[in-house]
Design a protein around this ligand. Sequence first.
Ligand code: CA
Length: 234
Amino acid sequence: MKQSIYLVEDETDILELLILKLSAAGYRCRGFEKASAMLEKLDQELPDLLLLDLMLPDMDGMELCRLIKSDPKFSSLPIIMLTARIDLQDRVKGLDYGADDYITKPFEGEELLARIRAVLRRSLSQKDKNILILKPALKLDFNRFEAFIDDKRIDLTLTEFKILQIISSRPGWVFSRSQLLDQLWGTDKIVVERTIDVHIKNLRDKIGNYAASIKNVRGLGYKYDPGDLTNAQS
Ligand code: CA
């Protein structure tokens, strides 16, 4: 499948040129002239890379970069900043805000493509480390906070996903309700332990045949037991 790139650039001619070049190089491109429109789309579908102009009409590119990188749903999205500014301060600031690379306008097409390839390569090797495949067919993608059973996406809430992430990180290990609460919301937030049971119940309902892999250990808490997965579909 083609890798996809979102581009945010308010100068229409530059945006069109970029889309032309990147499409010719085999990327699936989607252009936006405003940050707000891109953010809306981002919520529905995550691209493989974001090419972001620094000067935008509705939002500062740096601010947008910081916003995306601080949201766990989007933080793994690689960002290359496009900037007309030659000021070193701005570049350093951009990298501080989490941009993966930057390129100064006017740029050479070949240089841009080389940088895109390099950033995508780095991101891909990082992504592989962030995907957990639980035998035989439960897959957790920590980049996109998505879970799949037999390659079919299951619709988990962020809390359900995190519970699965926490308990599956140590198969067979019993997590008490208060440990789960601490990891989910920190110690400062007051949440009753019963809340965990509700989330676990919903999670179990959603993972259907694999529900048996989440075990309730009486009086202690919950554990993830992949041993049961081998018989899950029988
Ligand atoms: Ca601009």
